[in-house]
Every structure is written in C-alpha cells, then in structure tokens.
Design a binder for this molecule. Structure first.
Ligand SMILES: Nc1ncnc2c1ncn2[C@@H]1O[C@H](COP(=O)(O)OP(=O)(O)OP(=O)(O)O)[C@@H](O)[C@H]1O
Ligand code: SF4
Ligand SMILES: [Mg+2]
Length: 399
C-alpha cells in the first residue's frame, strides 16, 4: 500500500461512519488565519495537565526490512513505545535514519511491523487483516500530513476537488453537502473557501500546507501523523502552521504526532517528546522537562546542537562528544547500548547490556530514559558545565 492509498482510505472515510460536520471557523474574515500570528506563542499544556485514556498506544513495536541481496533483515525499529492522548501533541525527534518516518508508517499500517502492538482506542490495528483492515483504513481515523503538500494535493485538481476527493469517492452526501464540508475544512485551517477553485500551484507554500491539512481534517480523523510538516516552509509560515496544529488539537481533540528536526518548533507546541536513536526510544517524557534537563546523553547532545533551546545546566556539544576514535564504533559496542559507540560516558556495562527503557534511575511520572548511568553521567561534565541560562521550554516559562 502506498501513501496515496492511505489518503484514499481517508477519502473514503465517510463510507463506514459519516463524519460530523466540521466546526465552523470563528474567524469573521475567513481569508485570514483564525490563529494568532504571534510566532512561537507558548501554549498551555492540555492533555498533559488533564491525563485521559490514551488514544494511541504503541507497544514493543519492531520493524525490519529485507536486504536487497537477501540475508539477515535490517532492523529499523526495536521495542518502540509511544502514547498519544486525545488533544495531545507528541513530538518525535532523532537524527536522519533513526526511524521516525518508519514509525509513523507502521502506526498508519503502511509498513507491517514484525512485532508489537498499535492500539488505537485499545484496538490492535496492527493485527487487522483483509476486510477488517480495509474497513479501518476507509474509516479515515488516521491521517498523514507530509512535508511536501504536493504529495497529497493533485496538481491538476482544484484545491476543493483535492480536499473533497475522499468524500466524493465515498459518495458522502450530495455535491452541495460535500462542497459545504470542504468549505468548512478550509475555514478550519484558516483559508478562504474561495481558494477551493484554485489549483495548488496558485497557492503559496503556507496556503498549500493548510490545504493539505484541510484534506486530512475533512475526513474527521482521530489522529494526525505529521512528518516534517513545516520543514519546507519559511519561518513565518512555519509558525502559523504549528499554531494551526495547536489550535486543531484543542478544537477537535485530535491526537497529533509531529516528526521534526526542529526542536525549537516542537518546544512551542508539543506536550511530550520521544527521542529516537537508531530505531530505539532512548528518552521520552514531558517536553519541557526533557528539553530543560535531558537525562540521556544523546538527548543532551541533540539539545546542545539546537541553538534555540536553552535548558538548565545546558551542556556544550564538546562536553558530550566521545573522545574515542571513530574506529571504536563497531565490535566492542555491538551488543550493548545503541549509543555506546558515540557516548562519552560509556562503560563496560554499556558495551554488554542494552539498557531498558525503565532502567534503574527512571524518574517519576512518564519520563523514561534508557541509560545505565542516567543519574551519574552528568557529574562527569560538572567541572566544565556552562553557566545556567534562560529557559525557553514552555512549562519552565509558565511555572
Ligand atoms: N522500505 C525500506 N526498505 C529498506 N530500508 C528502509 C525502508 N524504509 C526505510 N528504510 C531504512 O530505515 C531507516 C529509517 O528510515 P526512516 O525513513 O524511518 O528514517 P527517518 O528518521 O525518518 O529519517 P529522516 O530524518 O532522514 O527522514 C533508514 O536506514 C532507511 O534507510
Ligand atoms: S547506557 Fe552507557 S553508552 Fe548508553 S547512553 Fe547511557 S552511559 Fe552512554
Ligand atoms: Mg523521515
């Protein structure tokens, strides 16, 4: 199944369960965004302050791919855990190739996992097969938003036709009713419904991304998977799209997963963050806590490399990088911690035993860290730590 098939599943959303009409925009001027235009405005935690039953719960998810020439499969995700509550935004970060897109694809059923569970409302959707799987996809509960909006908007169709394509395929309502739903979805994302008559090429980059989000929300989803939704946009549009996602999760109680390389963007909207390294979750927790005082050396290194994130006891990258030569990367560390070959604080136990996500030293709450030396590695940097700086992570600033 292709990405387009997933969209087709979303398109047919209404076949099984007619979606509720979109909430009309409160904006008196639909051509302008209903979202405040203040860049990086801090948002109030929603789901994190009022915990509710998980919408999505991923357990022990594993994905591997066959090698082109045969032989042992390439393990891309291992034992991945992820929880998203209604109305919550969860960020997924990690360097290129860490498995972020594969995770999103496995959640959406576009990649078949080797093992583990993907529970949506307590139902294991990874186990669905045949007709049940098709029916679930047609339900449109999970929608993708891509980095490049042109992946979901057909360049030869008007914006209105693209946004309403799924409704038309599913034969939902009359033409006039579908047009009304499309107009409602466009208003929801801050677009003037008049753009429905334009081609995608006649919209700006930011407007195109809004239209692709309208195409996702018109299917009345429960969960949005946004893969680098703002990385192709300029700074101003980036902030507007992030604020739009923030507003949509509140208004529609959507669970949203945002994959991003841009940590500062996530700090503005996400409630929690999951840090992936080589297909493993190395740290996960409330984003303000994780970004303010990361407990895994890899997270600390990511944050040290992000100039806009300032945490308490912020460390410099030089304090975190391994001093060992590169050729130390292979055999010695092969069976232990995935980060050991790059970790300045690695010891023999790191080389021999992979740390579990709930290893000793796990902090209270839902902040988990996979490191044998969670409570002690930072001491080794103390002598050279930089002075305390201002904290920009959201919770810290609102405390
Ligand atoms: N269909 C596939 N067949 C084989 N290997 C794959 C396939 N899809 C992904 N991979 C490999 O899985 C690993 C994770 O890929 P993935 O696209 O999930 O990474 P990512 O974190 O999204 O990276 P980026 O930040 O560059 O988008 C990579 O090594 C990639 O080459
Ligand atoms: S387990 Fe060891 S190698 Fe892995 S991050 Fe922790 S200190 Fe570093
Ligand atoms: Mg990717």
């Amino acid at each position: 199944m292709t990405d387009t098939d997933l969209d087709a599943a979303g398109r047919a959303a209404s076949a099984a369960t007619p979606p509720t009409p979109p909430t009309p925009s409160t904006s008196p001027t639909p051509s302008t965004s209903p979202i405040p235009s203040t860049p990086s405005a801090p948002s109030t935690p929603s789901a994190s302050s009022t915990p509710s039953a998980p919408l999505l719960h991923v357990e022990e998810l594993g994905v591997s791919f066959a090698r082109p020439g045969g032989g042992r499969r390439i393990r891309v995700l291992d034992d991945v855990e992820l929880t998203v509550r209604p109305g919550e935004i969860v960020g997924v970060v990690g360097e290129t190739g860490s498995g972020k897109t594969t995770l999103a694809r496995a959640i959406a059923g576009l990649t078949t996992p080797d093992g583990g569970r993907v529970l949506l409302d307590d139902r294991d959707i990874a186990r669905l097969r045949g007709r049940a799987r098709r029916r679930f996809r047609r339900g449109g509960a999970i929608q993708f938003v891509f980095q490049d909006p042109l992946r979901s908007l057909d360049p030869e169709l008007t914006v209105g036709a693209s946004v309403g394509e799924g409704l038309a395929i599913a034969g939902v309502g009359s033409r006039a009713q579908r047009a009304e739903r499309v107009a409602g979805a466009l208003r929801q994302v801050g677009l003037d419904p008049a753009v429905a008559d334009r081609l995608p090429a006649q919209l700006s980059g930011g407007q195109r991304q809004r239209a692709s989000i309208a195409r996702a929300v018109v299917a009345d989803p429960r969960l949005l998977l946004c893969d680098e939704p703002v990385s192709a946009l300029d700074a101003s549009n980036r902030n507007h799209i992030l604020l739009l996602l923030d507003e949509l999760r509140r208004r529609l109680a959507l669970g949203i997963v945002v994959i991003s390389h841009d940590l500062s963007s996530l700090a503005g909207i996400a409630d929690r963050v999951v840090v992936l390294y080589r297909g493993r979750v190395v740290e996960a927790g409330p984003i303000a806590d994780v970004f303010t005082r990361p407990r895994h050396p890899y997270t600390a290194l990511l944050i040290a490399s992000a100039p806009d994130i300032h945490g308490r006891d912020r460390l410099a990258a030089a304090q975190l990088r391994s001093q060992r030569p590169d050729d130390d990367a292979t055999a010695r560390w092969a069976g232990g911690c995935v980060f050991a070959h790059r970790c300045r604080f690695a010891t023999d136990v790191c080389a021999q035993t992979p740390p579990s996500q709930d290893a000793a030293g796990r902090p209270a709450g839902d902040w988990t860290v996979a490191c044998h030396h969670t409570d002690t590695w930072r001491n080794q940097t103390a002598a050279t730590a930089t002075p305390t700086t201002a904290v920009t992570a959201r919770k810290e600033s609102s405390a």
